[in-house]
Design a protein around this ligand. Sequence first.
Ligand code: NAP
Length: 299
Amino acid sequence: MQAKRIAVLGGDARMHHLTELLIRDGWTVSSYGCSVGEPVAGAEYAENARDAASDAAAVVLPLPILGPDGNLNAAGDKKTDAYALLAQLPRGCVVCGGLAPADYGLCAARHGLRLVDYYEREEFAVANCVPTAEGAIETAMRELPVTLHGTRMLVIGWGRVGKALALRLHALGAEVTVSARKPGALAEIAAFGMKTAHTERLAADAGKILQNAQVIFNTVPWPVLGWEELAAMSPGALYIELASAPGGLDAQAAECTSLHIIRAPGLPGTVAPVTAAEILRDTLYNIWREQGIDRGEDV
Ligand code: NAP
């Protein structure tokens, strides 16, 4: 008996390596819209999404599901309407995608599909902090003419990414201040030997810290840096945006700032696509187990 089919639709290097990993584990994999690198031995490459997904037990969509043009996030010239695609998938199959738009789950349900957003899974978010932190450090090293060691840094946010990043920067000898808003978080930062600031009072309480920071990493997906905070920062300081939209900068104030702004989305898939694919595979296996999908017998 053949192993159950997984359709991998769209995506980037992460999806290419995911295809390799699934085949290595014995799944039958059909692929469409992921023409990154050499074709994966054993994968079936379909002409369209409908063919790739026919008789699939599960479909994997990319992170994010939608590309910048609003179509399925896919490599190559062919455009696939990500919403129309749902009508072409086998009813009852489990569709896993990342950062699904709010109406996407409803649309999937209307077509009898079960949509699971793997980006919302805790194990996915926690595991991805490592490649995200390493990617952020690599970005700073690339942009700075000085070592991280001894450089004054502000990490905004003590969530999963903020924590993973700040601890690594601290270990590298950077002078790290971390901002948070919960007393427990501030106590924890101090317990690790780093300086603290309150995220909601950065201009008032931490003017010197803002002024002195040579690098600012933002992990808060909310515009906590307005006119006042940006005016307090040193011109030419490096600002690395890690948070997803809307990010940490007030949009209008950001247009007038002389900060050196680098937006660094999707770091795991960019800096460590194999690790990113392994993290996605492990998360998918958890989801599929919960949804009653196994590889099938005799594989
Ligand atoms: P998280 O664990 O939820 O942490 C978010 C942090 O933001 C927490 O410290 C939270 O504080 C703080 N926060 C949220 N809203 C706030 C507000 N209005 N004012 C002040 N602080 C606020 O999230 P995460 O997993 O660390 O991810 C952080 C961001 O990075 C997300 O946007 C995520 O999508 C993005 N991300 C980017 C990449 C990349 O490659 N660039 C990779 C992974 C994740 P409290 O704890 O007090 O609520």
